[in-house]
Design a protein around this ligand. Structure first.
Ligand SMILES: [Zn+2]
Length: 252
């Protein structure tokens, strides 16, 4: 029976991932996902082969047939990773409220990851509904309402504090309002422990990237994308890694 569910999830993930690519693609042109895909460089319609997820990208070699500009790699990657994420979540959480919740959260995460990288935006239209979903589901999942509340207070509290200090020192905005809503969404969805893990890991990733790349002061780092990446690692392995770490120190 499991194998059937895995096939269903793979198929659902492919379709959902495909819709995600369309949302990210159409975002700068402010077109909805049912409009034909147009090249973001020359604005000509893309070949109809691009309507087929994964295969279309490979057949057209990831280029616009008109101006030969590169089609972003996410058109290929998202329809592959979405089914994989759903299957991994299913294997870890089986059919539980958390499986459903983390699946929706992961899809939102994929959208935010790429929208923040490509367009430097974390849309309210994603974070607000996710905050409400996390709040409602906290009464039914095994994280619990108070754990969600502590996750929210901890995550949002730290971010507001960092934003305040950053502004005080540099007189510029470091963390956007979108980042604060994003961490509120994650705090409510993951509870205290994994929110702590997510913030810790995303900070480490941010510092490493800052140290090793040419990104300098005037460039806005897509910090939301790091947070989402750390969130995925947290959902899949965070509790186990924390346990391992505490075990090394003999705490647990
Ligand atoms: Zn083109």
């Amino acid at each position: 029976m499991w194998i059937i569910w895995i096939f269903i999830l793979a198929f659902a993930g492919l379709i959902i991932g495909w819709f995600c690519t369309k949302i990210i693609w159409q975002y700068p042109q402010k077109r909805n996902i049912f409009h034909a895909l147009k090249c973001n460089s020359c604005l000509n319609s893309l070949k109809s082969v691009y309507q087929i997820p994964i295969i279309g990208f490979l057949l057209a070699k990831g280029k616009c047939s008109n101006c030969k500009s590169n089609i972003p790699l996410y058109m290929l990657i998202i329809p592959i990773i979405t089914p994989l994420l759903l299957i991994l979540l299913f294997l870890k959480f089986h059919f539980s409220v958390l499986f459903f919740q983390f699946s929706v959260l992961s899809i939102a995460g994929i959208l935010i990851f790429y929208l923040d990288i490509y367009h430097r935006i974390i849309p309210d239209i994603i974070t607000y509904p996710m905050i409400i979903i996390a709040l409602v589901l906290s009464f039914f999942n095994n994280l619990g309402f108070w754990n969600a509340m502590i996750g929210l207070a901890f995550g949002a509290g730290i971010f507001i504090l960092i934003a305040f200090i950053f502004r005080l020192i540099t007189k510029r905005d470091g963390l956007g309002g979108g980042d604060i809503k994003l961490i509120a969404m994650i705090g409510l969805s993951l509870g205290f422990q994994l929110t702590f893990f997510t913030i810790f890991l995303s900070s480490v990733m941010g510092v490493i990237l800052y140290a090793f790349s040419k990104i300098r002061h005037n460039v806005l780092i897509p910090f939301g994308s790091f947070i989402v990446l750390a969130m995925f690692v947290g959902i899949m392995t965070g509790n186990e890694l924390i346990k391992l770490y505490l075990g090394i120190w003999g705490i647990q």
